[in-house]
Design a protein. Structure first.
Length: 370
């Protein structure tokens, strides 16, 4: 055989061999995506009717177990329980993480909830302490599995979506903590009338109250937020109306929260309106005052490092109406992130004067001006 033919056959064989090696390496290097599974699930939280006087530290606990497949060294498990409308981290001896054994098994303590979630995360992942929506796979979350608690869980009314003042809102449902009190929220207590005004109601009877809440389905950021509210002087001392911006992810001290609060916090003779920049326990972060019966427009202008709250008689703004109160906060003002407007009417169960009757408020209009 001539030398050119030998070289050609040798070259062809070398290409085939390289192709085989590369193909074989590519096939052997394919690794299945990591997976998580529960092998032991905790019981569902079944307390019904929900207590109103418990704190978030009072939840019962149980053990869950599972297995992680394909986890890399250093990766850990984060456990969440869905209770009171939020997912909360289940800490292990003060830590947010549970370790994975060499055989892939893991074991952890959870506080009882309706659902449980296990996340396989990278060492640098910082889990939110509380969140309305679980983190998704990506940005440090490698795998995720969600299971229902064992046994019968409370049946909650379905949330609903409605339009108010040209914006889309979603109602809250089930038990949720607000201002240290646990309320049960019913979507039936939120509606708009034929003129487009928003109605919120506390329904039921003593010991069986159902509250009302809705939230804007998107974040608006810096700008002016204006609420035209009918007379709230008739609210009982333990009924609270709040108009706020609030982030569903984070902790209570990091919610990008600005509040206009209406109510007397369970006292007969008390102020009935409060402006708040969270955290509320900083004395300079709140201003309380009293407004007489009537229609008022309450607003706040949110700017970088500054927020100006105003209350004006009637349906006008600060340029055309009688200003009842105005206050500028420049300390601790949050920046926008994932917050949205929340409107809620609920019961303050820590008050001295318990709620006796159903209560209702009407908000004629909401405006946002960039």
């Amino acid at each position: 055989m001539s030398r050119p033919h030998i070289l050609a056959r040798t070259a062809t064989f070398s290409v085939m061999l390289a192709s085989f090696v590369l193909t074989g390496c590519g096939s052997s290097s394919k690794i299945s995506a990591p997976t998580l599974a529960f092998s032991k699930v905790a019981a569902a939280y079944q307390e019904s009717p929900y207590k109103t006087d418990i704190s978030e530290r009072d939840y019962k606990t149980d053990i869950v177990e599972g297995r992680a497949t394909g986890a890399r060294p250093g990766q850990r498990i984060v456990l969440y329980a869905n209770t009171d409308g939020r997912w909360g981290v289940c800490r292990q001896s003060g830590q947010a993480f549970a370790n994975i054994e060499t055989d892939g098994r893991w074991k952890a303590t959870v506080h009882l909830g309706i659902q449980y979630a296990a996340l396989l995360v990278d060492p640098t992942f910082n889990p939110p302490e509380q969140t309305e929506s679980l983190p998704i796979v990506g940005n440090g979350v490698v795998a995720l599995v969600v299971v229902d608690g064992e046994g019968a869980a409370p049946v909650l009314p379905l949330p609903k979506t409605l339009n108010f003042s040209g914006y889309e809102w979603k109602t809250s449902t089930g038990p949720i903590f607000h201002s240290g009190s646990r309320n049960s929220f019913d979507p039936a207590n939120v509606w708009t009338d034929e003129r487009g005004a928003l109605h919120l109601r506390i329904s039921g009877s003593p010991g069986k109250w159902n509250a009302a809440e809705l939230k804007l389905t998107r974040s608006l950021g810096y700008g002016t937020y204006r609420f035209q509210v009918r007379d709230v002087a008739q609210l009982e001392p333990s009924a609270l109306l709040t108009l706020i911006t609030w982030d569903g992810v984070g902790t209570e001290s990091n919610r990008h929260e600005l509040d206009v609060e209406f109510g007397r916090w369970g006292y007969l003779d008390n102020t009935n309106v409060k402006y708040v920049v969270q955290p509320y326990y900083v004395p300079a972060n709140s201003v309380a005052f009293r407004v007489p019966p009537g229609l008022y427009t309450h607003s706040f202008r949110w700017e970088p490092g500054k927020v100006t709250f105003s209350t004006v008689a009637g349906s006008g703004d600060t340029t055309g109406g009688r200003v009842i109160n105005q206050h500028v906060f420049t300390s601790g003002v949050p920046s926008p992130e994932g917050e949205s407007v929340r409107i809620a009417l609920y019961v303050f169960y820590q008050g001295h004067i318990p709620l006796e009757n159903e209560n209702e408020v009407v908000i004629d209009k909401f405006e946002y001006l960039p």
